[in-house]
Design a protein around this ligand. Structure first.
Ligand code: HEM
Length: 263
């Protein structure tokens, strides 16, 4: 056991220490400002942190898809809950970014020229792996394919596909599972976790818009070239599992509640 005085840098014989394990030299040296505005530091940090989380979500989504295909629902459920937690954390970054004032951002955003979160390949990959191409319509898929050729084809087994294939294999509907939720608990949890991920993603999008309004104004054009009021608003309609939202109407109707004609 080390004494309390051994807080100094230590390396084992192979040169393996904290900094080496985490590749901190590489990681930290990638924070390079393109302006001399001190607030750009926070701007880059928040983007980096979110890209790291996107990377981890992509990593876990690959595992989850394989687990559901193998009917290993206990482990898939555990990891899906983690993704929902990460998305909750991701959303918390908007209020941190809002501590950069609009006036500060205005002082350096002109130098960011055409760089925009819209060009995040990892963000698009997360959406594609969730199965957004199956629900968002042909315009979304064409735009994604134009920008990232081959990305959609890379992920034929989306979370959506494996989710509904699993329900089919077990020969039950969503309604059956919710009615028998304590006996069909693994499938019930799968549906609740999928719903939670969808809900958190929507919340992330909404709160990104609220943050953008604060930073550049409601009618401003983004550095990616869109009038975000229209573009980002259109993305708030994206849902990975519309069925999970829809069938809840049936529950309400079954219980004698009134539901407006759909969809
Ligand atoms: C001051 C901070 C920010 C502002 C003013 C801002 C503004 C915008 C705007 C206006 C758009 C629409 C596209 C465009 O014309 O550029 C956009 C898209 C986007 N932003 Fe941000 N953003 C900020 C921070 C971030 C951060 C930290 C991330 C984290 C990765 C991010 C991720 C995204 C993504 C993924 C999109 C594309 C959304 C989609 O296509 O569905 N943004 N942002």
């Amino acid at each position: 056991m080390r004494s309390s005085g051994e807080g100094e840098r230590r390396m084992d014989a192979q040169g393996f220490d904290y900094s080496h394990h985490l590749q901190l030299d590489t990681l930290l040296s990638s924070l390079r400002q393109v302006t001399d505005h001190p607030e750009e530091h926070l701007f880059i940090t928040v983007h980096h942190v979110l890209e790291l989380w996107f990377k981890h979500i992509i990593f876990d989504l690959g595992r989850i898809v394989a687990m559901i295909d193998a009917d290993n629902l206990a482990q898939a459920n555990w990891l899906m809950r983690r993704i929902a937690e990460i998305l909750k954390l991701a959303e918390a970054h908007w209020t941190v970014l809002e501590t950069m004032t609009a006036a500060d951002f205005a002082e350096f955003r002109g130098q960011l020229t055409g760089a925009s979160g819209m060009q995040s390949r990892q963000f698009r990959q997360v959406e594609v792996m969730m199965g957004l191409c199956e629900t968002a319509g042909p315009e979304y898929c064409a735009r994604t394919e134009r920008m990232w050729p081959g990305l959609i084809a890379e992920h034929p087994r989306t979370l959506r596909r494996v989710f509904f294939d699993c329900f089919e294999r077990q020969g039950v509907s969503l309604l059956d599972v919710y009615r028998d939720r304590w006996t069909r608990h693994a499938l019930f949890q799968l549906a609740e976790n999928a719903f939670e991920i969808d809900r958190r993603f929507q919340s992330w999008r909404h709160n990104h818009i609220l943050m953008v309004r604060r930073q550049i104004g409601i009618r401003a054009k983004g550095t990616g070239g869109t009038f975000f009021r229209d573009y980002l608003a259109s993305t708030t309609a994206y849902v990975f599992f519309p069925e999970l939202f829809e069938f809840r109407n049936e529950l309400t109707e079954d219980a004698g509640g009134e539901v407006m004609p759909g969809p």
